[in-house]
Write a protein that binds this ligand. Sequence first.
Ligand code: BGC
Length: 374
Amino acid sequence: MGNSTMKAVAVVPGQKELRLVDHPLPQVSNDKEIKVKTLDVGICGTDREICTFVYGEPPQGDDHLVLGHESLGRVVEVGDAVSRFKVGDLVVPSVRRPCTDPRCKPCCNDKQDYCINEQFTERGIKQVHGFMTEFYVDDEKYFTYVPDDLRDLAVMAEPLTIAEKGLAQAYAVQKRLPWACTDEGQPSGKGLRAVVLGAGPIGILGAMKCVIEGFDTYVYSRSKSPNPKAELVEQIGAKYFSKYDISPQELSEKVGNIDLIYEAVGGSEFAFDVLQVLGTNGVFVFTGIPAPETRLEIDSDILMRRIVLENLAIVGTVNADRKAFEDAIADLGEFKKRWPETIKKVISGRYDISDHQELLVGKSKGIKNVITFS
Ligand code: BGC
């Protein structure tokens, strides 16, 4: 490998291949950019899906897409006009980049997560290379500062932004209930009940967020208990139920009125089963992006009646703006304070870049697996 290239994990969709490529070393090319040395990159369901070639798109003119959209790195170079970072700072990057259409108000206002024309790009996912490589460069506005004591955890900031934005939206909807979430000095979820669907990383981080927000929190998952994820859930003061042990109906009888359902399973079948037991005036937040495979038969009239007569709200959420990243960093700090041992266990393994095949196309295992760059 020469001086001008670096190792990167990439998919080559034309050849249906996942492999290590030599990728050009990125350079700071304008004065608002920073150059970051990668420390950690998380592996997520989206990466694994891109490796099945049903999702993901290389940049125009390239045959490959460098993977990775969950990252933590250290700043090694700053452009002359950079004001928010200095060399040595720890940072996490966001994923979405704006479209170039001047009529797209969200993108013109740094809210590309609400892009109106699907022309946005996403690092490591859609038309821009990702972070599963040794260095990356981008405008400073796409980064969030990380305090040094979160060095071991901050790679989880990006998946946690999903919960940050999801809950922010749920609260926005619940402003319609002026008596809810408003007790002075109390967390916003106090007295409310949240069900998190799924006990993968998005589910566990989402459950942690619900617990610190004061919700009575239940995790309902497809895995039989006891299992290590169920243990983790119990350690944070939430309750774990498996769908093998109780039906959605039984779940709702145990929980009482379900005020919030946070979907983190990625598949529509389980999600729509549980949507039917969302409580009166409740909010259902969808976060998963399933491959288009499943067609369901549902009691659609009954569901529609309930949606109307009981003011049910269904919200989709895709991450995320800088505020969500800042909130995720602050909350990781809070998780570390409350559950120092448990939060560490969410990272189930740290691996070398040479393990990429096993991590991305091997049997799914553990919770959050991370590639650590030396
Ligand atoms: C990422 C998001 C991204 C979404 C859709 C998720 O895995 O966390 O940042 O917008 O995939 O591509």
